[in-house]
Design a protein around this ligand. Structure first.
Ligand SMILES: [Zn+2]
Ligand SMILES: [Zn+2]
Length: 237
């Protein structure tokens, strides 16, 4: 997804392309968001604006861990290898990034730590007990991509525990139909565990105002976002 925001009148523009997961080496299609962002960055540079175009490799999260387990290597080894390949590819394709970094960079980690602490101190993070799928064979809880099954809303057979890639809905992993552990394909059991949540519903009114008053949003993006808000935002684990 391409996001950009900036004060065009002041001549400072930030172009931020979504960070690719590097659990695999991206194919041509995954280059598209970066390519679109590249066009935007070049346009503003030609206009004479002061542009910073940034992105980076997303080395965290379960896709990396799942793939590393599948290959029998450490996640860090997979991330190091793929980050290098992806960085080289972007350079060879002439994507005009000012900074292509990675989530493991000390600067990135420090920023995220401070940012999360600020969110926590301002009361937007809470804990509660929840039920999560647990694989008795692997002896581990199964967050998002570690469990797959059929989407209870649209019937898609390969929905992940956290989200359905076909209908786009956020999912409760315990509601998946015919779930299985993605490592060993065992049917998980449900166990109770304490979990951290980002309190998304607290932002509902602010988001409604922003989406309704933002004239730059295309209609389909506005309607999609409004539909999500009408259905009610859920706290994000
Ligand atoms: Zn679905
Ligand atoms: Zn398992």
């Amino acid at each position: 997804m391409l996001r950009f925001r900036g004060c065009v009148g002041l001549g400072k523009v930030l172009v931020a392309a979504a960070w690719p997961y590097i659990n695999y080496v991206p194919h041509l299609g995954t280059l598209l968001p970066l390519l679109s962002a590249d066009v935007v960055a070049r346009y503003y540079r030609l206009k004479g604006d002061d542009v910073v175009f940034v992105s980076g490799s997303d080395e965290h999260g379960t896709p990396i861990e799942v793939e590393a387990i599948r290959r029998g290597i450490h996640p860090k080894e997979l991330a190091d290898r793929n980050h290098k390949i992806v960085s080289d590819l972007l350079e060879r394709y002439g994507i005009s990034l000012d900074n292509y970094t990675r989530t493991e960079s000390p600067l990135h980690k420090e920023f995220v730590r401070k940012h999360h602490l600020k969110i926590y101190k301002n009361g937007y993070i809470f804990t509660k007990e929840t039920e999560l799928p647990y694989c008795p064979k692997c002896k581990r809880f199964l967050p998002d991509r570690f469990v797959e099954g059929t989407c209870p809303y649209c019937g898609y057979g390969e929905a992940r525990g956290d989200q359905c890639d076909r209908c786009g809905r956020l999912l409760d992993p315990t509601k998946l139909v015919n779930p299985h552990c993605t490592i060993c394909r065992t049917k998980p059991v449900i166990r109770r565990v304490k979990h951290w949540y980002f309190d998304m519903p607290k932002f509902t009114d602010q988001l409604l105002d922003y989406i309704k008053s933002n004239k730059q949003l295309p209609d389909n993006a506005r309607n999609f976002s409004l539909k999500l808000l009408q259905e009610g935002l859920k706290p994000r684990p």
